[in-house]
Design a protein around this ligand. Structure first.
Ligand code: NAD
Length: 446
């Protein structure tokens, strides 16, 4: 019994750590090393000027802050946080803030670099940044969490501004924390500054459509991918791994396109129905029971959740959407993947070795920096709205998002065809090329 509990707890910890990018990728490299390798690959494919490559291989600025916080029991605890600004050649730094006990500088650096590429792929006038605090927010009271957040906002205030660096939510931060940061910054300035941060509640300058933005953007890229492959969405099939924000909305939007969502999963199980699942009803079931497991009218893909999730990835579907954790498609299962399109809602679900195998097999991957860029794109819309104090309705947000995502997909797809490289490398070549061009045009001063 004790052994069983121990195994269960360590598995839970493993899943938790992997979900939040704590465990280094299965390549054995840490995220920063992976990010540098990806840059090298793109640089080689595009013959990038070595000087520009050298500049891009380092973040522009790293700020480490020490954050003393008064705890409820009267003691003072000191937390460590970072804000890493990777590049701002194309516009202000942009990127979320992560609260996690295992977050470290290398992870924040990698995430900042990926933001530079993501904003460049969708061609929004931003650079890349990321922030993090090494903390388990679940162990803090609401008051402690607010004091920590406000202290962090105060500590990074000298390097953020509406024109220099605009943070947003990431793992374990939400609109609530964004509102505290916006308030703290505004208090320091002496006037309200809603443009300092995105992902805010609607009441204090958030945007319509922000909660669905990642999956909505993914939907637009999937529509393009289906179109180039000549697949009619009506009656096409999809499987979605993970049923959180990205997974649920992705399933909902695939369903809206007329596709049959035949399988979905979470950490507790993977469910299947060849006639299609109703994403809303599955969500209701998950809200009631805590999992998609045992949804009436579905069959489990396996009794063991890990096995079920494995099987889900190998289903014969048109569109596979990994929307949970990284490194789920590896050299060990890439050969068994039958999907025609993989749309990466999650960050980093496919390892570099699996990428090569899938490219040989002719699977069309919509890489994470393109597929899930709808989130940062609507963040950009929020910033524009906050700066102009003019608020758009949901239809305007969706229409502008569709335009951005469609163009980005076509740019990447054309590059992939033109250079005969996989979609991920094509996205990186495009992104690195745009950033490098901006740097070249601006020059170096002084
Ligand atoms: P979330 O916490 O809302 O949901 C995660 C879901 O994945 C949960 O249903 C969880 O049960 C499930 N899950 C966790 N481990 C799993 C496993 N091993 N097997 C199967 N299911 C598992 O998170 P989210 O915001 O939806 O993010 C999911 C992924 O999408 C992450 O990689 C995240 O970085 C990426 N992403 C999200 C957004 C966004 O706006 N939410 C934006 C860009 C990228």
């Amino acid at each position: 019994m004790l052994l069983k509990t121990l195994i269960f707890n360590s598995m839970r910890m493993l899943i938790f750590m992997t979900l939040h990018g704590v465990i280094p990728m299965s390549t054995g490299l840490n995220p920063w090393e992976v990010a540098l390798k990806q840059l090298d690959k793109a640089a080689k494919a595009m013959n990038l000027d070595p000087s520009l490559h050298a500049i891009l291989a380092k973040p522009k600025r790293i700020l480490e802050v020490s954050l003393p916080v008064k705890m409820d029991d009267g003691s003072i605890k000191v937390f460590t946080g970072w804000r890493v600004q990777h590049n701002d050649a194309r516009g202000p730094h942009k990127g979320g803030i992560r609260y996690h006990p295992n977050t470290n500088l290398d992870e924040v650096k990698a995430l900042a670099m990926w933001m530079t590429w993501k904003t460049a792929v969708v061609d929004i006038p931003y650079g890349g940044a990321k922030g993090g605090i090494q903390v388990d927010p679940h162990k803090l009271s609401l008051g402690e969490l607010e004091r920590l957040t406000r202290r962090y906002a105060y500590a990074i205030a000298p390097i953020i501004s509406v024109d220099a660096d605009i943070p947003a939510p990431d793992v374990y931060t939400s609109p609530r924390e964004m509102a505290w940061i916006m308030d703290t910054y505004s208090m320091l300035k002496g006037y309200p500054e809603p443009g300092i941060i995105t992902g805010k509640p609607l009441e204090v300058g958030g945007s319509e459509g922000r909660n669905e933005a990642t999956a909505r953007g993914l939907q637009y890229t999937v529509e393009e991918a289906l179109n180039v492959l000549g697949i009619n969405p009506k009656g096409a099939t999809a499987a979605v791994q993970g049923y959180g924000n990205a997974g649920y909305f992705s399933a909902k939007f695939m369903h809206e396109l007329g596709m049959k969502v035949v399988a979905v999963s979470d950490t507790r199980g993977a469910i299947y129905n060849p006639d299609g699942l109703d994403p809303e009803a599955v969500l209701e079931h998950k809200k009631k029971t805590g999992s998609v497991k045992d949804f009436p009218g579905s069959t489990p893909l396996a009794s063991d959740p890990v096995e079920g999730n494995k099987k889900l990835l190998e289903l014969d579907v048109d569109v596979l959407i990994p929307a949970a954790i990284e490194n789920v498609i590896t050299k060990d299962n890439a050969d068994n993947i039958k999907a025609k399109i993989i749309a990466e809602a999650a960050n980093g679900p496919t390892t570099p070795e699996a990428d090569d195998i899938l490219f040989q097999k002719g699977v069309l991957i919509i890489p994470d920096i393109l597929a899930n860029a709808g989130g940062v794109t609507v963040s950009y819309f929020e910033w524009v709205q906050a700066r102009t104090r003019e608020w758009w309705d949901i239809d305007t947000v969706r229409q502008k998002l569709r335009a951005k995502m469609t163009k980005a997909f076509r740019d990447v797809y054309n590059k992939h065809n033109e250079m005969k490289i996989d979609m991920r490398t094509a996205a990186l070549v495009l992104a690195v090329g745009r950033v490098a061009k901006a740097m070249e045009i601006r020059g170096i001063w002084p």
